[in-house]
Design a protein around this ligand. Structure first.
Ligand code: NAP
Length: 298
């Protein structure tokens, strides 16, 4: 990643700015022209990117929300959308967290209004049927609660978010999906008869066709491990599923979401994401290089 320095431009403004400026820096060709007063005006116009993370109470969503807050107000203003009051409390209960169900198109509008970018981390979550005893062998069975089937959450719910974002002029959407969607017989599709990967992929296609700059991250098996210490791997068409490297830390997925908001090369791209095991390869630090390697739009 390019080195970023903080510079103070004038004592009268007494503000510190990032240099080189991030992508959300506002300037015009005439802004500089050697005139220091204009230059000062142009740099004062820099605005942070307001980002809404949906599924902010989820295991990856809460990392993205926290990371955005940690980057500070110069770069991002973080907002969250969660399904329940309990989830809101779990992530700190701040006023910037909305409570709403994404299957209700009207309710989510107030959360999306006024944001620059949307990170979609909502997903239907299968529940294990009671009575499974691992000591007796066999496999657990799963179900989805009424109103929380993949068709309702991963298709209608994501579509509602994309439609609202488009209507309200949101400039970028990052969507986290899953590897496995090229194969209808993937075992995840039979979980609770939900066809979860089918509905996820339909929403991904809808986003890619929406005209809004997008980044679709199809993650491998998610792990609750430390991020930033592995080499990330980009793939396409589920090819990584045929290899030994098909998992990734949730913290790394979260970082890729944030980097995608900052790096132009991530836009209009869809890709599979996994990582090498810790201790093999070089931990990924240059995300511009990583995104530049991706040639797939879907
Ligand atoms: N698990 C894996 O190994 C794996 C692998 C590849 C990709 N992925 C995908 O990666 C993404 C992140 O996974 P994760 O495990 O971090 O997520 P997660 O913990 O399962 O979080 C999903 C979130 O979606 C929210 N949600 C569900 N229905 C909603 C609704 N109707 N309205 C509003 N919010 C709703 C849930 O809220 P509640 O907490 O209130 O239910 C939950 O916080 C998901 O798309 C997942 O499918 C997962």
């Amino acid at each position: 990643m390019a080195m970023v320095t903080r510079v103070t431009l004038s004592s009268s403004h007494n503000k510190t700015y990032l240099f080189p400026p991030p992508h959300n820096f506002i300037s015009s060709p005439s802004a500089f022209q050697g005139n220091p007063r204009r230059r000062r005006f142009a740099i004062s116009a820099m605005a942070p990117t307001t980002v809404l993370v949906t599924g902010a109470g989820g295991r990856t969503g809460q990392i993205v929300y926290k990371k955005l807050k940690e980057r500070g107000g110069d770069e991002f203003v973080a907002k969250g959308l969660v399904r329940t009051v309990e989830s809101k409390e779990k992530i700190g209960g701040a006023d910037d967290v909305f409570v709403g169900d994404i299957t209700n198109a009207e309710i989510i509008v107030s959360a999306i209004e006024g944001i620059d970018a949307l990170v979609i981390l909502t997903s239907a979550v299968p529940k294990m049927k009671p009575g499974f005893d691992p000591s007796k062998g066999g496999r657990p069975e799963f179900y989805f609660e009424d109103g929380a089937y993949p068709e309702q959450v991963d298709w209608i719910g994501q579509k509602n978010q994309i439609d609202a974002a488009k209507a309200l002029g949101v400039k970028q959407i990052v969507l986290v999906g899953s590897m496995g969607g090229t194969n209808l017989s993937n075992p995840l599709n039979s979980l609770g008869n939900g066809n979860i990967l089918v509905w996820k992929r339909k929403a991904e296609q809808y986003l890619a066709d929406s005209g809004i700059p997008y980044t679709i991250i199809r993650a491998g098996g998610l792990q609750d491990k430390e991020g930033g210490i592995r080499e990330l791997l980009i793939g396409k068409d589920d090819e990584l599923l045929q290899t030994d490297t098909r998992t990734i830390a949730r913290a790394d997925v979260a970082e890729v979401c944030i980097q995608a908001l900052q790096i132009e090369e991530a836009k209009f791209k869809a890709f599979d994401l996994a990582s090498k095991p810790e201790g093999t390869g070089e931990p990924t630090k240059d995300f511009k290089e990583l995104f530049s390697k991706i040639s797939t739009r879907f």
